[in-house]
Write a protein that binds this ligand. Structure first.
Ligand code: HAM
Length: 375
């Protein structure tokens, strides 16, 4: 969660918003400057290099889920601590791997019934073609500096590509006919992008080519993508994920020349998108045990443990008194079923299982309870 600050300045780039404005950086006991990680890729690459993984496992895939930190202006869908789910694939430069990753993301969105995500893809070239394009863009922008906002006027010299990504009306109008990187790719980058398109078609992954994509991190080469939620619920923070290729990064951070590609999803934004379409995002327990009387509470404690061991999520009431109150709690917790353990039921070795959504009740032998409660 904490890395040396230098890791991020070297990988994400000093001129990016993330590094220049958004990192939580402090000095640890007067020794090192450390930073709460603003994203996951840099740390994954650091670990990949530090543990010499390229020697033992040259084609390896990684994933992570955890909190990231950026000092951004908080608003809906944009937080100072947020969670990313990410994956990285090392050792394969082919655009087929990029397509496979996008196909996996498409399947993930389908699996959580979130079809309204547009996949915007682009190529942002490499060290061979980007410098010449950058110079061309700078020349174009210098001629229009007076029409750009203060930030963008400064970016002409420091990070000209970011100017194309400015949301301000004036800047968008001023750059409408700016030269586009996609029209200035070298032969290798163009072939790589065509391979990506062919592979996406082969895998039937729908996408749009978007030559305005400018990722806010400097390590990208060639393939970049943004996953934009098109439905209700997210407002302006509609990027549910993003990623791309970073073929030079392992080497920049002291490793061998190993290509890499990956993505990260913003978990809070995914949850907002799911909520907006009415999905029940919070899963309640599978069963809420409602014992009546002290002996039943003790029996329920043992039963709860057995059911949890069988893989069920179980909550219970420890007072054993008011059934009505316990059923209310079970309902509020979003439990699927209440398991009522009264003296009569226990004497027969049974429980009364009430499905909370329908109110339907059945008697189930205690020995069969785990099976009966499985979804
Ligand atoms: P990113 O586009 O900076 O990429 O972040 C990925 C996703 O994290 C965004 O699309 C968004 O959903 C979420 N996110 C970013 N900032 C915030 C925030 N302040 N609040 C809530 N959600 C946020 C990366 O971080 C790259 N490391 C992705 C990658 C992996 N590229 C290659 N491998």
């Amino acid at each position: 969660m904490i890395e040396k600050t230098e890791l991020f300045t070297r990988s994400i780039g000093t001129e990016t918003d993330v590094v220049s404005k958004e990192m939580y950086t402090f000095v640890d006991k007067g020794e090192d400057s450390v930073t709460l990680r603003p994203e996951g890729t840099a740390g994954v690459v650091r670990a990949f290099v530090e543990h010499g993984v390229a020697q033992t496992d040259p084609k390896t895939r990684w994933w992570y889920l955890g909190p990231m930190f950026r000092r951004e202006r908080p608003q809906k869908g944009r937080y100072r601590q947020f969670w990313q789910l990410g994956a990285e694939a090392f050792g394969q430069g082919s655009a087929r791997v990029d397509a496979e990753m996008l196909a996996m993301l498409r399947d993930l969105f389908e699996a959580c019934a979130l079809p309204g995500v547009a996949f915007h893809v682009a190529s942002i070239g490499d060290a061979k073609c980007r410098p010449a394009y950058k110079a061309k863009l700078q020349e174009f922008l210098r001629g229009r500096a007076d029409r750009l906002c203060e930030d963008c006027a400064r970016r002409i010299e420091t990070n000209p590509l970011r100017v194309l990504d400015c949301k301000k009306e004036g800047c968008r109008a001023a750059t409408q006919d700016a030269p586009r990187l996609m029209a200035h790719l070298c032969d290798e980058c163009r072939a790589h992008f065509e391979e990506l398109r062919r592979s996406l078609d082969l895998l039937k992954v729908a996408y749009e080519v978007d030559d305005r994509i400018v990722r806010g991190l400097d390590y990208y080469v060639r393939t970049t993508f943004e996953l934009l939620h098109t439905g209700e619920g997210l407002g302006s923070q509609n990027a549910v994920g993003g990623g791309g290729r970073y073929d030079g990064l392992v080497q920049d951070l002291g490793g061998p020349p190993v290509p890499g590609v990956g993505f990260a999803l913003g978990m809070e934004r995914l949850v907002l998108a799911l909520e907006a379409r009415g999905a029940a995002v919070k899963a309640g327990p599978d069963a809420f045990l409602a014992p009546m009387g002290a002996a039943a509470v003790e029996r329920a404690m043992v039963l709860a443990r057995e059911l949890r061991t069988a893989g069920l999520r179980v909550d219970m009431d420890y007072d054993g008194k008011k059934l009505g109150k316990t059923l209310e709690r079970a309902d509020k917790a979003g439990a699927r079923a209440a398991v009522i353990l009264g003296e009569d039921e226990l004497a027969r070795g049974e429980a009364k299982v009430k499905t909370l959504a329908t109110g339907e009740e059945t008697f189930v032998p205690l020995a069969d309870l785990a099976t009966a409660l499985q979804r």
